[in-house]
Design a protein around this ligand. Structure first.
Ligand SMILES: [Cu+2]
Length: 119
């Protein structure tokens, strides 16, 4: 009886190993979405200020600030995006089209960043 239980547990375990093995060699995990690159929103700077991603990837800005900041695409940007003016939390934006997208923080024009999207 005890022996049988152990054998079942071993079977279940190898099934789990097979499943994880399958999903890990496909590169990007879930079908629809690409990678997510994180940028930290700090007081008076985006860190890192320049990120390079592939088309279809997303950027997630994570607030680590004591003052309110936002993430707003530059006026001449071909692609507009904007977060709320916030002091904590995060903002995620997906970039589908290759290009260079500059952005800034509205209250602090010296806070600037660039997302480079490669095709
Ligand atoms: Cu700011």
């Amino acid at each position: 009886m005890l022996h049988r239980t152990t054998k079942l547990a071993a079977l279940a375990m190898s099934a789990v190993l097979l499943a994880t093995g399958c999903s890990s060699d496909g590169g990007s995990g879930s079908a629809a979405s690409g990678e997510t690159v994180r940028v930290h929103v700090k007081d008076m700077k985006f860190d890192p200020a320049v990120v390079t991603i592939q088309a279809g990837d997303s950027v997630e800005w994570i607030w680590e600030a004591t003052l309110p900041h936002d993430v707003v695409s530059d006026d001449d940007s071909t692609f507009e995006f904007a977060s709320d003016l916030q002091i904590e939390g995060s903002f995620t934006q997906t970039f589908d089209t290759p290009g260079e997208y500059g952005y800034h923080c509205t209250p602090h024009p010296t806070m600037t960043g660039t997302v480079i999207v490669e095709g």
